[in-house]
Structure formats: structure tokens, C-alpha cells
Write a protein that binds this ligand. Sequence first.
Ligand SMILES: [Zn+2]
Length: 102
Amino acid sequence: MPMYICKCCSFSTILKTNYTNHMKTNKHILKSKINVTDNTSKQITNVNATSILDKDKEIAFLKNQIEKKDKQIETKDDQIEKKDKQLDMQTKIIEKLLDKCN
Ligand SMILES: [Zn+2]
């Protein structure tokens, strides 16, 4: 069973000296650097994905708010219509009363 494993190079050895030597090779240094860069770019992607999700949630929330406001406006419109009808009725009554006075 290998005791020392370098994951980035898929390198394994039972001898510590071999492992230490491997760590000093250009091949390993290069590979480990690439891996570090990979991790960094993955982290950035994750941050972007999270912020996009947050934006989606924000947009969904705002859409919900707009829908609620739309419904409120509809209700207000209904109320205004009713008031208009009441005003019409009252105007007619006043007109009739005025007619009687004349
Ligand atoms: Zn290595």
C-alpha cells in the first residue's frame, strides 16, 4: 500500500524520500499551481452562481410584490366604480328633488 500520495499528480509511493523528491519536481510544482488556479476559478464561479440565485429570488420577490399591488389597484378600481355609481344615484336624487322644488 502506498503511504504517500500526491493527489494533483496521481503520484503515490511508499518511500518518504521519493515523495519529498516528487514535491521538488517541476512537474509537481506546475501541476499544483494549476490545481490552485482551478480551485480559485471554481470559487469565483460559485460566488457568481450564488449571487445569480440571490438576484432570481429578489426578482421573484419583486414580481410577487407587483402582483399584490396590481390586485390592490384592482380592488381600488372596484371601489372607485362603486363610489361613482353612488355619486350617480345621489346626483339623480338631487336632480329629482330640485325638479320638485321648481
Ligand atoms: Zn505532485
